[in-house]
Design a protein around this ligand. Structure first.
Ligand code: IPE
Ligand code: IPE
Ligand code: MG
Length: 234
């Protein structure tokens, strides 16, 4: 069932997609199989968020710390990005999904940078939902890069607005809710600036098993939260 009270739907939800490796291990499959399955759930979740009228989502795809994984796994993830981003352009446009990327794109292999550019360009007119992909993304790295951009533009002492205005996608509103799969309760360097007043939720289900029901659940849980932003509930 779709949310009926649009005003209580979050404007922006961040997803820490975790558990691909565990999903594969439980089935005696290589970790790569978990990542492939995780792509399918990612598509289900995007469509379901759009159907629930959530205007912005950010999906944590690859962290600045994920380079610590084996060369084989990192190579496979980069290969998936280089192939699947342009490979899914038809899906994105048919489903009216605009793709935007957040993170240190300059630190990615050339083939991935090219795939990102093509996909952002091909989907830039889509208005069904804006799906931000956090790739080579770290919350600390984003804040440091924002601070350096502000300094490079001539600022000598920085305000919160200077940082905010120089974040990667500074026109995207802050996250209202951050959800994590696979039962973990940590941010792992995700959206550190934006999470100042985000509601947090963790769900046991492994990421490859996510779909419409989990989106319905998170919307219901969000409706049950009281947001006060440091003030008192009126
Ligand atoms: C999330 O699943 C995908 C990425 C971080 C790229 P994991 O690969 O972290 O899965 P687990 O935590 O090993 O189960
Ligand atoms: C967080 O998952 C990063 C992404 C989902 C891309 P990790 O599996 O890398 O996080 P930790 O290492 O368990 O904190
Ligand atoms: Mg993990």
């Amino acid at each position: 069932m779709l949310a009926t009270m649009e005003s209580t739907v979050p404007t922006h939800v961040g997803f820490i997609m975790d558990g691909n490796g565990r999903w594969a291990k439980k089935r005696g499959l290589p970790r790569a199989a978990g990542h492939i399955e995780g792509l399918k759930s990612l598509k289900r979740v995007i469509v379901s968020c759009r159907d629930h009228h959530i205007p912005f989502i950010t999906l944590y795809v690859f962290s600045t710390e994920n380079w610590k994984r084996s060369q084989q796994e990192v190579g496979y993830l980069m290969h998936l990005l280089a192939c699947k981003l342009p490979g899914e352009i038809n899906f994105f446009t048919q489903e009216h999904v605009r793709i935007r990327v957040r993170g240190d794109v300059a630190g990615l292999p050339e083939a991935v940078r090219k795939a990102i550019g093509e996909t952002e360009e091909a989907t830039k007119a889509e208005t069904g939902i804006t799906c931000c992909l956090a790739i080579n993304y770290g919350g600390q790295d984003e804040i440091v890069r924002a601070a350096n951009k502000a300094i490079a533009s001539g600022r000598r002492s920085l305000s919160a607005e200077d940082i905010q205005g120089n974040l990667d996608l500074c026109d995207v509103p802050p996250v209202d809710m951050i959800v994590r799969s696979a039962g973990e309760h940590r941010l792992s360097n995700f959206l550190l600036w934006d999470s100042a007043y985000a509601e947090l939720a963790s769900y046991e289900k492994l990421w490859p098993d996510w779909g419409e029901r989990e989106v319905e659940q998170l919307c219901e849980d969000y409706r049950g939260r009281t947001r006060k932003f440091g003030g008192l509930k009126g």
